[in-house]
Design a protein around this ligand. Structure first.
Ligand code: FES
Length: 197
């Protein structure tokens, strides 16, 4: 078992009064390690936690963001809920699927991309939007979908002008003048550390 994975799961267990409550961070650690919640990864996590693999599988099957089958190297989730749908999300989803060579939704044949429609991701102000490798982008049009897929395949920076973390404020121009937002780690290009705000 990868030592780093076991350590991450043990750290998660310490945050909860009952070890089985660490199921979600443990599954997330497995998914980050293997790209999906593989049977091998679930068995490893279960061994560290002292629970059955079936318990972890039960948790994983309940949540859309845990994958029990291999996904593409890059994950594109296109919001198709009401605000995004009203602004052309269905066409945007199709544009991503076509550009990635995915029939409908799922993984591309080359295994590089996974495209899926998704429910509201809480970023309706940038509709239509998508989450690409866990970062929000929007508003997007069909040409953005083609560009993003090409950039993902060639490992280039993806749609830097449409990335929400680069904005000063939701819906506002870059550099809104709000010092609280400018100080936030997300807007400085780094993610907040666990336990720190
Ligand atoms: S409806 Fe798309 S982010 Fe809310």
């Amino acid at each position: 078992m990868p030592r780093a994975l076991a350590q991450e799961i043990r750290r998660a267990i310490k945050r909860y009064p009952q070890k089985r409550s660490a199921a979600m961070p443990a599954l997330w650690a497995v998914q980050r390690r293997y790209g999906w919640c593989s049977p091998e990864g679930i068995n490893q996590a279960a061994a560290v936690m002292g629970v059955t693999p079936g318990y972890l599988e039960g948790v994983a099957t309940f949540y859309d963001l845990f994958h029990l089958e291999p996904q593409g190297d890059h994950q594109v989730l296109v919001c198709t809920n009401i605000s995004c749908w009203l602004r052309g999300a269905d066409d945007l989803l199709k544009a991503f699927s076509d550009a990635a060579g995915v029939d409908g939704q799922g993984s591309s044949e080359d295994g590089q991309l996974f495209v899926q429609g998704f429910e509201c991701m809480g970023a309706c102000d940038i509709a239509p939007m998508a989450s690409i490798d866990e970062r929000y982008y929007g508003p997007l049009d069909e040409s953005d979908a083609e560009d993003a897929v090409k950039q993902l395949r060639s490992r280039e920076d993806v749609l830097p002008e449409k990335r929400i973390q680069d904005r000063g404020a939701a819906g506002g121009p870059r550099g809104s003048g709000d010092k609280r937002l400018a100080r936030h780690p997300v807007n400085r290009g780094s993610r907040p550390q666990p336990g720190k705000s």
